[in-house]
Ligand binder design. Structure first.
Ligand SMILES: C[S@@+](CC[C@H](N)C(=O)[O-])C[C@H]1O[C@@H](n2cnc3c(N)ncnc32)[C@H](O)[C@@H]1O
Length: 268
């Protein structure tokens, strides 16, 4: 199979994605809770298979309007299937760079998506246009350079992780985007820009430690084949990283802290 162009690196692999489907507003986007109330209109950009979007719609209710957009036909089709005929929620295939509508929303949210874009400032300007006067733009994203494991994960997983960051950098993605968002929102002229740390800490004593800390084995399973194909690691190294990291979780792993910030601003 031919190697993907770097512009395709943001494309989600096909199939069911357990990482996306585990998320809710409460466990994966809690910065939105303060806004959500019945009747609110919300645009969820980069909604994936719509797990968080469904959870938003539970709170905005049938009188609300929740629209999830994502460029992946496969994820939008899963999102539509998962939601059935719940009122007040819809999904559309759409790309943040080109999405057009005459509608404006009380809240535009974009979680864990700008990390996959080579032109985040263009994407932010496009999203800003879709926020009603007085409404909010809420971005949630990572600084992958600031992840912390206790103790250090196996060398094979470190190697995979470094390869993952290099593969992303070479496609023009900002591994530290969380720490650049507030400057970007100020530049757009949004007011009341605020930063809320949303670090995701999982500890061995948590009942779901094995599942949550396994995020990086899941990335190696889902995204890893793309890195192998592009020559960043070998297939043997990818498999070794998964085995060793799963063993770290089962034996010595104590905690993992993922650095995630919610950065929000208001439209004047
Ligand atoms: C890590 S997932 C995040 C899904 C969800 N927001 C969450 O927090 O669980 C990133 C999503 O961004 C989407 N995406 C990639 N490029 C995009 C673009 N140009 N416009 C909108 N969404 C995009 C991907 O298809 C994927 O569903």
């Amino acid at each position: 199979m031919a190697e993907q162009p770097t512009s395709d690196r943001a494309t989600m692999p096909k199939g069911y994605n357990p990482v996306l489907e585990r998320r809710t507003v409460e466990n994966g986007n809690r910065n939105l809770l303060k806004y959500l109330k019945p009747g609110l209109s919300v645009l969820d950009v980069g909604c994936g298979s719509g797990a968080i979007t469904r959870s938003i719609a539970d709170k905005t209710g049938p009188a609300g309007r929740v629209l999830g957009i994502d460029p992946s036909e496969n994820l939008i089709s899963q999102a539509r299937q998962n939601v059935g005929d719940l009122p007040g929620i819809a999904f559309e295939q759409g790309d943040v760079y080109t999405f057009e509508t005459t509608e404006q929303f009380d809240l535009v949210t974009c979680a864990r998506t700008l990390q996959w874009l080579a032109q985040p400032e263009v994407a932010l300007a496009n999203m800003q246009r879709l926020v009603k006067p007085g409404g909010h733009l809420a971005i949630l994203d990572y600084n992958h350079e600031k992840i912390l494991w206790e103790p250090e994960p196996p060398a094979s997983m470190r190697l995979f992780y470094e390869a993952f960051l290099n593969w992303r950098t070479d496609a023009g993605f900002d591994n530290a985007i969380a720490d650049h968002l507030s400057g970007m929102l100020h530049k757009l002229g949004l007011t009341n820009v605020r930063i809320e740390p949303q670090f995701e800490l999982c500890k061995r004593s948590d009942t779901d430690f094995a599942k949550t800390s396994r995020l990086w084995s899941e990335v190696a399973e889902l995204r890893g084949p793309q890195l192998v194909q592009a020559g960043y690691i070998t297939e043997a190294q990818r498999l070794e990283a998964i085995t060793d990291y799963d063993n770290w979780i089962a034996t010595v792993g104590e905690s993992m802290t993922v650095y995630l910030l919610a950065v929000e601003g208001q439209q004047s």
